[in-house]
Ligand binder design. Sequence first.
Ligand SMILES: [Zn+2]
Length: 126
Amino acid sequence: MHELSLIESMLSIIREEKAKHGMDRILRVRVVNGALSGAVSDALAFGWECLTQEGDLQGVALEITDAPLKVVCGACGKPFEPEDKHYMPCPACGEILGHTVTSGKELYIEEIEADIPEDGEPATGV
Ligand SMILES: [Zn+2]
């Protein structure tokens, strides 16, 4: 599964960030998945579940935001959001081919939410 290796590389990035910033415990990771990224959000969620069942990142929540596809018309320059990624007629001039994709190819970690100990001791909640 393609998404599984994507998750694996994400987890290693998260581990690096965790070490670099001295994060105590990671609570949540937010990921942006573009419509053209080639990764299926459901498969990402499933891969995440498989790979965080145990180990140092056990139980960390994954939130996936689906980013819409945005293009700029190759003929008239009008920016628009096509509903279908295989057939993209420009709403202004009707051109179908030659559009430039400005958003939707991306797949990246947007935010890592973590507990950072302020005085080196974990909060006890008292
Ligand atoms: Zn156009």
